[in-house]
Design a binder for this molecule. Structure first.
Ligand SMILES: [Zn+2]
Length: 112
């Protein structure tokens, strides 16, 4: 199943919303729903500050991210990604839907 835009339904978001202060809810076009803790999204940042551009190795020390990290702003980037203004003053990360879906699936499989 794929959508009119050509992206697979499992990585096409049809709705996003805040789930309280600490999580993001995403409804996907394949009719599944993900609830992702905001701190997990912050930790997964793929920008050049947080991740080595050549090796992909994480540069971000998880200990530096507060447990109560908040997103002041959540905004779409075109139709392929989200960007966040974080309460730790970081805002350079771009999170493609594929990345958010993979993160959500990993968290879900770890919590089973
Ligand atoms: Zn980053």
């Amino acid at each position: 199943m794929s959508t009119r835009s050509g992206a697979p339904a499992r990585v096409t978001a049809v709705d996003i919303r805040r789930e309280g202060d600490a999580a993001l809810g995403i409804d996907w076009a394949d009719r599944s729903t993900s609830v992702i803790p905001l701190r997990e999204i912050r930790l997964a940042c793929g920008c050049a500050v947080c991740r080595d551009e050549l090796t992909g190795a994480p540069l971000l020390d998880p200990a530096t991210i507060p447990p109560d990290i908040r997103a002041y702003r959540i905004a779409p980037v075109g139709n392929y990604a989200l960007t966040f203004d974080w309460s730790d003053s970081h805002s350079t990360g771009i999170y493609p839907w594929e990345m958010l879906r993979a993160l959500a699936d990993r968290i879900e499989s770890e919590s089973r």
